[in-house]
Design a protein around this ligand. Sequence first.
Ligand code: E4P
Length: 215
Amino acid sequence: MKFFIDTANVTEIRRISEWGILDGVTTNPSLIAKESGRPFEAIIEEICAIVDGPISAEVIALDAPGMIEEGRKLAKIHRNIVVKVPLTSEGLKATRAFQEEGIRTNVTLCFSATQGLMAAKAGATYVSPFIGRLDDINLPGMDLIAELTAIFANYDLPTQVLAASIRSPRHVTDAALAGAHVATIPTKVFDQMLAHPLTDKGIEGFLADWKKSGR
Ligand code: E4P
């Protein structure tokens, strides 16, 4: 499973990229809005300079012509840009247009298998089912990951399932077990995935024994 980081904060992206496990980045308008004082394009350019992998940048327009215009501009920023579009009828039209132009897409805000299947049929590179937001309304987010990976496999669809709205390390494990191609993970969850008290305790014990041995 590929790991993307779900943030627009370049300090966080740089720190996690140094671990050597990062394959890409996803942003959205809310994440960009948190990075005050800098133009959207400048943030995206800086991210592209840190991570050599797919970088999702989202359009704001709600109509297909507007999405296509914005997406073309975003795609020109860097060869790694993936244009993120919402899962609406206009988003499907834009996805098809981008596919015909060779521009990769991440179709976002997917909350059902039929939505995801339509995005795949429109030629999406990635579809992003939102696990956490489904869990928030008492619907099993992880079931959607399993449904989409099974459906795409049934029909040899090349679209990748990008597990999004991840809130915990357990979400990452379960998404991997369900066959998600990618998980986009917030910085805090990366830290939680790595931390284990027995690792810390083990290191402490090894060092103490080493010191005692007088070597
Ligand atoms: C990623 O592409 C999504 O925008 C993101 O995972 C949404 O996560 P949230 O539900 O925690 O805002």
